[in-house]
Ligand binder design. Structure first.
Ligand code: GAP
Length: 468
């Protein structure tokens, strides 16, 4: 009986420490959220899965972590100063502001009035002062996409790694957009994270690579637990394309508020590298010193063949981390009616994404032997490097199971009197109970078999394809 309303997710996230409104003690800051103790683990696990798939499992992609503060000329010559706008409408009656495409039937969403201004462009970039003098010309932007840090470091990465085409640069990091109307929890916010990869290819091979990356990215989201039924591709029309794109395919996900964009895969052609090549003062200074002014386009690369260096085309899979977190939470959230008439909420996250991998629960928290063995098990499992192992000594086994169901802990290990040889079944000495979150089935396993069991269990989760 899944009840995947946004309210049920928001409530779970607040109650259990996944996500809180930003600056809440002063009434909150619209479009800004903070990730709590479990949210930060989930988010990190999603980012780790992306990085592993993009950088570690391939041999043609390098990583990067560029700065957030960005020279205004980078964002001028990327086209963002001129075109990174949304059409804004003011309600003259209640003074509220709206994105023009969100106005329904010509009426203000707040007061219902139709006394609206004509739409006008509103630039979404945040500016900030750099250094102690705050004058007109002394500002930088908070990057609105991580991509520009990749383009402006293209030459650095090529020079320092000797890469040839095709190859990519991956980056995960914060981006900022002064959205006119942030909404739908962490779906549309003003501060968010992106997982972006620019894949540089020879012009002419770009369309083939574009298709390939769309397929790869859909498969990756399925590996994170999203089901085919909730995923759909959308091919942007010419009118919808960003200023830099020749073609863009969006991966849509069925969020609680509707089918919306989770990731975009764009063919950015040579727009960015071409524009920075022409406009970069540093590159063009070098060109003049080299007495090589005819080759102004300096952001070039070879393909390892005899061909001259070229400005490559770029295929860009660009995913939102926060939207990814919302999608996996939506997919995993389940309300189940149990046979005994009670109900449980369970987050059926893929184990590699779960904030807590294993909860180790001493059945009697005031029995020193049980507590000692539990702590020893926690310490030994931590060495596996599979993530957070939680020592859960709240004292009530039923409540502990419910809590860990709700936060998506895939396995609970219980240490009881049998484990320490003081129970009724002598043959169970040095064994523990392992309870599975989804089936609630329990097995008994020897303590010394736990590392092997868990290693296999979590490896399988990371590698298993679409959830069944
Ligand atoms: N570099 C290309 C680019 O930034 P985009 O479609 O504007 O393209 C890429 O953004 C992804 O970033 C989106 O698919 C979405 O997941 C995420 N994203 C964009 N704006 C967002 C916002 N205001 N809040 C949360 N995520 C956002």
């Amino acid at each position: 009986m899944p009840a995947k309303t946004m309210d049920s997710l928001v409530s779970l996230c607040k109650r259990r420490g996944f996500i809180y409104p930003g600056s809440e003690i002063y009434g909150g800051l619209q479009g800004v959220y903070d990730y709590g103790p479990l949210g930060v683990e989930l988010k990190n696990n999603l980012k780790t899965a992306w990085w592993r798939c993009m950088v570690y499992e391939r041999d043609d992609i390098e990583g990067l972590d560029a700065s957030i503060l960005t020279h205004r000329f980078v964002l001028r010559h990327s086209g963002h100063e001129a075109t990174f706008t949304d059409p804004m409408v003011d309600c003259k009656d209640c003074k509220s502001r709206w994105r023009a495409d969100q106005i329904k039937n010509g009426k203000c969403e707040r007061c219902g009035g139709s006394n609206l201004t004509e739409p006008r462009p509103f630039n979404l970039m945040f500016k900030t002062t750099v250094g102690p003098i705050a004058d007109e010309n002394n500002f930088a932007y908070l990057r609105p996409e991580t991509a520009q840090g990749i383009f402006s470091n293209f030459k650095n990465v090529v020079d320092s790694t000797s890469r040839k085409l095709p190859f990519g640069i991956a980056q995960i990091g914060k981006a900022f957009r002064n959205e006119i109307t942030p909404r739908n929890f962490i779906f549309r916010v003003r501060e968010f994270e992106q997982m972006e990869m620019e894949f540089f290819v020879r012009p002419g091979t770009d369309e083939e690579w574009h298709k390939k990356w769309v397929d790869d990215r859909v498969q990756w989201w399925k590996n994170q637990g999203l089901t085919s039924d909730n995923l759909q591709l959308y091919y942007q029309t010419k009118e919808e394309l960003a200023h830099y794109a020749k073609a863009t395919v969006d991966i849509l996900y069925r969020f609680p508020h509707g089918l919306e964009e989770l990731e975009g895969i764009a063919n950015r052609t040579d727009f960015d590298l071409g524009s920075h090549s022409k406009n970069s003062s540093e590159l063009n200074l070098t060109a003049r010193v080299d007495a090589n002014e005819d080759s102004i386009a300096k952001l070039t690369i070879t393909d390892g063949q005899e061909n001259p260096p070229i400005v490559p085309f770029v295929i860009e899979p660009s995913a939102g981390v926060d939207r990814g977190v919302l999608a996996v939470l939506t997919e995993a959230y389940t309300e189940e009616q149990l046979e005994n008439g009670t109900q449980r909420i369970v987050l059926k996250l893929k184990p590699h994404l779960s904030p807590i991998k294993v909860a180790v629960i001493p059945l009697a928290r005031n029995n020193p032997d049980i507590v000692t063995v539990s702590k020893e098990i926690k310490a030994s499992l931590l060495k596996l490097g599979i993530g957070r192992i939680f020592f859960e000594d709240s004292g009530n086994i039923g409540k502990s199971y419910r809590r860990h169901d709700e936060v998506g802990t895939p396995l609970c290990i219980t240490v009881d009197y049998d484990t320490i040889g003081k129970g009724e079944q002598a043959e169970l000495k040095d064994t523990v109970t392992i309870r599975d979150r989804d089936t609630m089935k329990q097995i008994r396993l020897a303590i010394d078999k736990l590392p092997e069991y868990l290693r296999e269990y979590f490896q399988e989760s990371a590698n298993k394809k679409e959830r069944v």
